[in-house]
Design a protein around this ligand. Structure first.
Ligand code: FES
Ligand code: FE2
Length: 432
């Protein structure tokens, strides 16, 4: 594959090889995945000294270890003796050290080699020999790693998102569920599918009765992007303009109820009760949406969520954020659903999608660990109607992209974030 022929064109056309070519995927491993900051795990998954999480990307494996109460360390997950992978998945390292299963070399939690069996039979091993360090950083309650020593610092890389998203206090949220599955499509097909609202009318037509899918705002922020009910596209209790309905043709209360239900789980019981109360006791003078926002603010405050920094609009919408290149999802006051998408192994045709469901803990709630659940085939689980609809698109998109055809074209406004992400990828790929 000649790289030039796979790059986004000046006119914004995306050649198909970007999604299907093993050569393109290989170049991504070298120049993209080898250089960006990526989320390895949640901090709470490595809460206690000795806890570890493995993060894999392509053939690379990085071990994140809680090496002291204050410190996280990250290493290339390979023994310095004969190269064995040292640990897999997530768990706890017993006896405060990392012991290789093969010939029992031992490393301390900071990666220093502390024991070599029959050391005198080796040529002298220098004092201070340690596992290869990987850069590690923390933001938002996530542990981030970067394989490139020359990359910018994490906060510079993420700018301006940390400032923009500060009110959500993601670092105070707790993991309620951690679900992973494999989707039959290139990782970018998956990211693209969650990085625009244009597909709502085609894929989720049931949502049109309760949501204005047209007036979403899209904005590009540094390497990253963002869409949702930004100030110029505020939430209203109206259906999609695509349905052509007039004010007498729909019921605001029904719309409120279905979008609150559609926001999904976290405070659902309490919120449903608020909606029911609002619908059954009409208040003169105060619009239904404003009333719900006011009541929701009270509900969140009772839960201990600092709500002062949120606008009323933010209380009834989501900030859909893409942390370039592969972390995205809707953030709500008090909860968030964050997805991470990466190639499955080195395949250009399959992706692993991890979902972290985060919620604000109740003030009296003891910390607990969410179990990681993995579904090798996404059809083994019911992900809810909307997500099932999204996932069902993956195989046909990937299969279609393999057919011969012209490059794919994007909607200039509603898919602007998709284009921005692909152009940013190309900036990495064209930098040797
Ligand atoms: S490969 Fe690790 S101790 Fe031999
Ligand atoms: Fe969708």
């Amino acid at each position: 594959m000649d790289l030039e022929s796979a790059l986004v064109t000046g006119a914004g056309v995306l050649p198909r090889a970007r999604y299907t070519s093993p050569d393109f995927a290989a170049l991504e491993f070298e120049r993209l995945w080898g250089r960006v900051w990526q989320v390895a795990c949640r901090e709470e998954e490595v809460a206690d000294v000795g806890d570890y999480c493995e993060y894999t990307i392509g053939d690379e494996s990085v071990l994140v270890v809680r090496s002291s109460s204050e410190q996280l360390s990250a290493f290339h997950n390979t023994c310095l003796h004969r190269g064995t992978r040292l640990a897999e998945g997530a768990g706890h390292l017993e006896e405060g050290s990392i012991r290789c299963r093969f010939h029992a070399w031992r490393y301390d939690l900071g990666g220093a080699l502390v024991e070599v069996v029959d050391a005198e039979e080796f040529d002298p091993i220098p004092e201070g020999t340690r596992l290869g360090a990987v850069r590690v950083g923390r933001w938002g309650g996530f542990v981030w790693i970067c394989l490139d020593a020359g990359a910018p610092a994490l906060l510079d890389y993420l700018a301006p998102l940390p400032e923009l998203l500060a009110p959500y206090r993601l670092e105070r949220m707790r993991l309620r569920a951690h679900l992973s599955t494999v989707l039959p499509a290139n990782w970018k097909v998956v990211v693209d599918a969650f990085n625009e609202g244009y597909h709502v009318q085609g894929t989720h037509p049931q949502l049109l009765a309760s949501t204005d899918d047209v007036h979403l705002a899209y904005e590009q922020l540094g390497l990253h992007a963002h869409y949702g009910r930004l100030p110029e596209a505020r939430r209203t209790l109206t259906p999609s303009p695509r349905l052509g309905l007039g004010p007498g043709d729909y019921d605001e209360g029904e719309i409120l109820e279905s979008f609150v239900t559609g926001l999904g789980g976290v405070f659902l019981e309490e919120e449903r009760a608020v909606v029911a109360e609002i619908r059954s006791t009409p208040a003169a003078g105060e619009p239904m949406l404003a009333r719900y926002q006011r009541r929701r603010r009270e509900l969140l405050e009772r839960r201990g969520v600092p709500v002062e920094a949120f606008s009323d609009d933010q209380l009834t919408s989501a900030d859909d954020v893409l942390f370039f290149p592969n972390l995205l999802g809707p953030l709500y006051p008090g909860s968030a659903v964050v997805f991470r998408v990466r190639p499955d192994g080195t395949s250009p045709d399959r992706a692993v999608k991890d979902t972290w469901i985060l919620e604000w803990p109740r003030p009296d709630e003891p910390p607990r660990r969410a179990r990681r659940r993995f579904y090798p085939d996404w059809t083994e689980r019911d992900w809810g109607l909307i997500t099932n609809q999204d996932y069902a698109n993956m195989a046909p998109v990937q299969a279609g992209l393999k057919a011969r055809g012209p490059g794919i074209r994007l909607n200039r406004r509603q898919e602007a974030n998709v284009l921005h992400m692909h152009r940013t990828i190309d900036r990495y790929l064209t930098t040797p």
